[in-house]
Design a binder for this molecule. Sequence first.
Ligand SMILES: Nc1ncnc2c1ncn2[C@@H]1O[C@H](COP(=O)(O)OP(=O)(O)OP(=O)(O)O)[C@@H](O)[C@H]1O
Ligand SMILES: [Mg+2]
Length: 335
Amino acid sequence: MIALHHLNKTYEGDGRQVIALRDINLQIETGEVFGIIGRSGAGKSTLLRTLNLLERPDQGQVLIDGQDATCLDTAGLRVLRRQVGMVFQHFNLLNHRSVANNIRFPLELAGALSKTAINTRVDELLELVGLHAQREQYPSQLSGGQKQRVGIARALANHPKLLLCDEATSALDPQTTQSILQLLLDINRRLGLTIVLITHEMAVVRAICDRVAVIEGGQIVERGPVADVFLHPQHEATRNMVAEDGHAATLDLAGKLGNVSGTLLRLTFVDATTYEPVIAQIGQALAAPMSILQGSVGRIKDRPYGQLIVGFNGDAELAKRAFEERGVRCDVVTV
Ligand SMILES: Nc1ncnc2c1ncn2[C@@H]1O[C@H](COP(=O)(O)OP(=O)(O)OP(=O)(O)O)[C@@H](O)[C@H]1O
Ligand SMILES: [Mg+2]
């Protein structure tokens, strides 16, 4: 769906240069939910905005369905932007228009449908985002979550093939965040819509993304399936975000465990192995009991996982082999 080749972007102002994007190369597949995560100022919004050419890269190609968007003229860009919906952190609704009229707006702009067809489409969209009861209300009468539902309905109005979300849940409380994320996931699955979202929250990535890229200082420093990146972060920026999220057994153990004798093993269970009594079995087989020192269990999208740090007094190489034969990743941790 999307291929980015060698994107570079530098901002100039006050005699200063800010390199916002450095040689970004990225592929995003049709139908996936792709997350881009990074700290404030990392370049997330700039990168997202290059996908619909709201931001023009200084160098590089932005291929959408094989077509280079950087070469489009004004008319071509207008067509592209109709195919790419966007959802914003602060909703960007028109305050003097009702819910239904906010959703109607992009349909009127596109000018392709009759009045009756527009009304039908607005009804469909209200149904999709669960806002039928609020159709005649104004934005000031809505909760944050409801406003974002309007934002999502508006972004979907013209049947886009790609939905871009810029921190779509950052202004919402945790419960509302979950309901908006579930709505996005539902839309992704029901409509087969490709979604690219940017966020600074690992929890958002864990909840709905298939793959993730980590951006730091305008560069992509790590990427992969969410389970891999989240459970085995390689780059320091990723490790810090995972540690802050607090839902994986952290690698940062120094000083936390006191004096532990033996070897520390970090065990990662994903999918079916999560439910197997592997630790007891291997401890027994090797006649070396293990003590669980730290751990977490949870879900990454719909995949269950568990991650444990265990202390082990025995042959670590043997234990590693035994775990990996049973499909459990085992890393020896040094503190
Ligand atoms: N229009 C602009 N003019 C000058 N510098 C800019 C402009 N837009 C962004 N920048 C700079 O480019 C860098 C990347 O900004 P960007 O908005 O992409 O970050 P971000 O990752 O989205 O951050 P946040 O999480 O705070 O939204 C920052 O250093 C920012 O100050
Ligand atoms: Mg931003």
